[in-house]
Write a protein that binds this ligand. Structure first.
Ligand code: G3P
Ligand code: CA
Length: 263
């Protein structure tokens, strides 16, 4: 098999604040094959790129993302908390790209403007709390951008991920041509004996699972699944997943993974 794809997890999020435009543009500059983002719904129905249910860790706000409107969230600072935004030598100038909330639309615009092929992994958070709304809005947005029925030659290709089999099934029903990843933090009993459910082509085990079960990747691939592993940041984990022969590496440090691959 060829080299695995390298995906920047929440952007180059070791170096810059996660889910900001600056972190994603840095990852593209570094040569990442793709980007990973989490999406949540605002109170007024916009898809925004935020990992946590609450605002407290990654912004100067507090409370639940889902109780705020887009305008309220756009007034917050999503970057200044990160050490990458206060460099000791003062060389990096903070601008809106480091601090402003990123909507999924803005991220899609950036990816379409990249001028080179980019894969985008979109993880829906949190499917069980919104009764399918996140998936419906996501598919509608991707349709509007012409990204819901990808062709192999398309420069920008979107894949939807979830830990929730129900969410993955919803995506398969709403947009059967969209590739999906079923994320795994524990091993379901029926794995790795066969293919993933609902025609899902890609398994997404966490690296801790791969560490505990070194044969997992081989077994999943032998059953016909592709395998993308998250979040591979440590050199030893990189060696582990490369030796295991994965199809995709999801990492906060894409430059390190690319250097290890000689790219
Ligand atoms: O890429 C999958 C990974 O992002 C899943 O975990 O918590 O970082 O969204 P989390
Ligand atoms: Ca994620």
């Amino acid at each position: 098999m060829g080299d695995p794809l390298v995906f920047a997890h929440r952007g180059s999020s070791h170096d810059l604040p996660e889910h900001t435009l600056a972190a994603y543009l840095r990852a593209l500059d570094e040569g990442a094959d793709g980007l990973e983002c989490d999406v949540r719904l605002t109170r007024d129905g916009h898809l925004v790129c935020v990992h946590d249910r609450r605002l407290d860790r990654t912004s100067n706000g507090n409370g639940l993302v889902s109780t705020r409107t887009l305008a309220e969230l756009e007034a917050l600072d999503f970057g200044s908390w990160h050490p990458g935004c206060v460099p000791a030598d003062g060389t990096e100038v903070l601008d809106e790209s480091h601090t402003r909330l990123l909507t999924l639309e803005r991220l899609l615009d950036a990816v379409l403007d990249a001028g080179r092929p980019v894969r985008l992994l979109v993880e829906t958070k949190h499917p069980s709390r919104h009764g399918g709304n996140v998936e419906r809005r996501l598919v509608a947005l991707l349709r509007r951008y012409g990204l819901a029925e990808p062709e192999p030659d398309d420069p920008v290709r979107v894949t939807v991920m979830s830990f929730s089999p129900l969410a993955v099934r919803r995506i398969r029903e709403l947009a059967p041509a969209l590739p999906t990843v079923l994320l795994l933090d524990v091993l379901p009993r029926w794995l790795p004996r066969g293919r993933l459910p609902f025609g899902t082509p890609i398994a997404g085990p966490g690296v801790a699972l791969v560490r505990n079960r070194p044969q997992l990747v081989t077994a999943l691939r032998a059953a016909g699944n592709q395998v993308y592993v998250w979040t591979v940041n440590k050199p030893a984990d990189l060696d582990l997943v490369l030796a295991a022969g994965v199809d995709g590496i999801i990492t906060d440090r894409p430059a390190h993974a690319l250097a290890r691959l000689g790219r």
